[in-house]
Design a protein around this ligand. Sequence first.
Ligand SMILES: C[S@@+](CC[C@H](N)C(=O)[O-])C[C@H]1O[C@@H](n2cnc3c(N)ncnc32)[C@H](O)[C@@H]1O
Length: 256
Amino acid sequence: MSSYHTPVLLESAVNCLNVRKDRKYIDATLGGGGHSALIRSRGGMVLGIDQDQDAIDNSKKCADIVVKSNFVHLEEIVAKYNWFPVSGVLLDLGMSMHQIVDSKRGFSFQAEEPLDMRMGESAVTAAELVNQLTVGQLASILKDFGEIPGARSLASKIVANRTYSTTGQLAKVCGKWSQQAFQALRIAVNDELGALTQVIPQIKNILEVGGRAVIISFHSLEDRIVKNEFENWGLPLTKKSIQGERRSKLRAFEKI
Ligand SMILES: C[S@@+](CC[C@H](N)C(=O)[O-])C[C@H]1O[C@@H](n2cnc3c(N)ncnc32)[C@H](O)[C@@H]1O
């Protein structure tokens, strides 16, 4: 297993894809390439996508084609590489261990790093959000994406202690809520729920009939989007979500 990232739900996710020899699959969150490598070892061909150049550099050999992009461009990518028919798509959402521990982009509240949190080419950094948003805007992010009770009072405290350029400065103000606040800001910076909502109809369009979509999520809001959006058109293969390491949840659907 690579030190870049230890995949969660590795076997379960790839089993749900029902990999068939020489069929085409898409790993839209390539990361350290663990899932892609297993798909290939079962005979599938993989087009891997990641918005983080570090993942692309690390995992080139784990897929047949690697593309640095946000997965919101899925349909364009499939057309450009003529990657048809698509028998399965995997999304393993969230961050890699490399991003948290080694990327020096401010994902960890325990390290002293620039307060950035961009996985790819997002328009804003976490520092810009905490330095520029109103108390109300910050409170919504902390409440919705961090599930922080008393989000408004934390938002007021953050605003009162401006300005921030490092993770340490923000963690000092957030105290025991640092982990949740950092998660919330990361989701906002990378528009993670927006990207998920945009990619689901594209997965529907590109999958062949009988093709599978497998999604691993780490946040209740992500899981809700997955459950609601896929059930509009996909046959759920997992009655309840499959629970995995690090609070992960897997759902799988078949295009009918
Ligand atoms: C949990 S890791 C994936 C780990 C991977 N399954 C493995 O086996 O190593 C998530 C990866 O998805 C990427 N990612 C997250 N959101 C993305 C998006 N909207 N578009 C492209 N890549 C994204 C991150 O940069 C990160 O490398």
